[in-house]
Ligand binder design. Structure first.
Ligand code: ZN
Ligand code: ZN
Length: 135
């Protein structure tokens, strides 16, 4: 399981999280099941000392995972999840980040781009989760 492969990284500052994952697995990390893929991506993001805000949704490895695992199921979604890696909205079913979110808060349908709007929500969620991420 854990064989301390981290030491093999010499130039990780120059790599994106996605590239680092490919280096770590030496095979296609996108073959991993979603939850395991996410866990590894979050660990790497923290090793890079990156915040979710630092990762654009379209470069998020989770979004790339979604694209690799088939076409997005739909563009407009009513329910979303927050990506654990980049903090953007994503489709809870296919994990695609390029979604429009239908907000019911305002009482009418409001399309919000998924690319960045999620990050504000993510900040709120951080407080809700108890701030355990703070060192
Ligand atoms: Zn993401
Ligand atoms: Zn979907």
């Amino acid at each position: 399981m854990d064989e301390g492969e981290d030491q093999t990284f010499g130039k990780r500052e120059e790599m994106s999280v996605g590239e680092a994952m490919q280096g770590e697995f030496r095979s296609d990390p996108f073959d991993l099941p979603f939850e395991e893929f996410c866990e590894r991506a979050v660990v790497l993001r923290e090793e890079f000392e990156l915040e979710p805000e630092d990762i654009p949704a379209w470069e998020c490895p989770v979004h790339k995972w979604a694209l690799r695992h088939g076409a997005p199921c739909r563009k407009t979604v009513q329910r979303t999840e927050i990506c654990p890696v980049c903090g953007s909205y994503m489709c809870p079913d296919c994990k695609n980040h390029a979604v429009e979110v239908i907000s019911r808060i305002t009482g009418y349908l409001q399309a919000v781009s998924g690319w960045n709007a999620g990050k504000r929500q993510e900040l709120k969620d951080r407080h809700r989760y108890g701030g355990g991420a703070l060192r």
